[in-house]
Design a protein around this ligand. Sequence first.
Ligand code: NI
Length: 194
Amino acid sequence: MKQFLLIVMTFGLLLQTSLVFADQKTTGAELIGGDFNLTDHTGKRVTLKSYSGKYLLVFFGFSHCPGVCPLGLRTIVSSLTQVGSLANEIQPIFISVDPARDTQEVLAKYVKSFGSLLVGLRGSEKELAEVVGRYRAYYQKLSVPKDQPKESYLMDHSPIIYLMNKSGKYISHFSSAEGAKKISEKIKLAITVP
Ligand code: NI
């Protein structure tokens, strides 16, 4: 089962990466990202405009994720501590692909476990599908083995960290496998060199 999951996730990553790169080659990065209508972990309704004037680091995931999400979020937080004062201009955002279990309360507790900077966003299935589509991301509920409780399901999802500019337009993306140090260097380069 673990191997099967790994294969599914690897395939997803390859598919995701090829889609992102295909976009860059053909029609351009303007196809990634855009406006959204979601609710933050304090219960406030937010759109892209709510974060204007900030670069965004966007990551899709779910709080019950055993590995990819904790690693991704730790990497984001750690890379922000390494960019120095530039961090004041960057808003890290975690968008839940599992709104059924990631209630506002669960989400609030989860994002706070990664420090005070991270914002958690959630939405209805429709709102989620919209933002995921705009980011060319993906998510899928995986089936639960028969001997496991129904609510113990996992979600397959994009493992990518998106860097968006102050207008919410795509600049670049990273994988947490690159490590916080390298990502922080790439962020500095992307933000300080036009
Ligand atoms: Ni995850």
